[in-house]
Design a binder for this molecule. Structure first.
Ligand code: AMP
Length: 175
């Protein structure tokens, strides 16, 4: 299957989770055996020549793709989670949402200084989440080698927030 064909496996759900939002639902891709393999292989291929030591996944849907990419690249997996879920000492980052703020945490000892890190999430929308996670990784001394997404909503301009980081997405949507 060609990467571009993955678009036919992604379901678009209007007005979820609230009116006016068009939600890109990747569960329909995940349940397709060829689609799932094509997506993971294509993500991993991008980093095969210079694999990261760690792949960081963002709760919750980043947890679906990041470990599979890590496995394919022979890298380790590190979870970034919502507050108060990780049991040991954590570093926390707060970031702005449309209304209010949100926070994410990583274990302080999850990234050794100098480690090359790939960040993976399902959808790049405004870029606020990925930018916050990149900051967390850097605070621990990690080097962000790349930030990868399955879906990029280019009309939201998320890449602007991620300037300076190599950003890769499998599928771009212009609307
Ligand atoms: P961002 O605005 O880039 O910080 O996106 C925040 C998170 O919300 C990402 O991790 C995405 O998984 C999710 N997300 C944002 N917009 C959408 C959308 N239209 N469809 C599906 N997921 C979305």
């Amino acid at each position: 299957m060609r990467v571009e064909e993955l678009k036919s496996l992604i379901r678009q759900v209007p007005d979820f989770p609230k009116p006016g939002i068009l939600f890109y639902d990747i569960t329909t891709l995940l349940k397709d055996p060829v689609g799932l393999r094509t997506a993971i292989d294509a993500l991993a291929r991008q980093y095969r020549d210079s694999p990261p030591e760690l792949v960081v996944g963002i709760e919750a849907r980043g947890f679906i793709f990041a470990p599979a990419v890590a496995y394919a690249l022979g890298a380790g997996f590190v979870p970034v989670r919502k507050p108060n879920k990780l049991p040991a000492a954590t570093e926390r980052v707060e970031y702005a949402l449309e209304y209010g703020t949100d926070s994410l945490e990583i274990h302080r000892d999850a990234v050794t200084p100098g480690a090359r890190v790939l960040i993976v999430d399902d959808v790049l929308a405004t870029g606020g989440t990925a930018q916050a996670v990149a900051k967390l990784v850097e605070r621990l001394g990690g080097v962000v080698q790349g930030i990868a997404f399955v879906v990029e909503l280019t009309f939201l301009g998320g890449r602007r927030k991620l300037q300076g980081y190599p950003v890769f997405s499998l599928l771009e949507y212009e609307r």
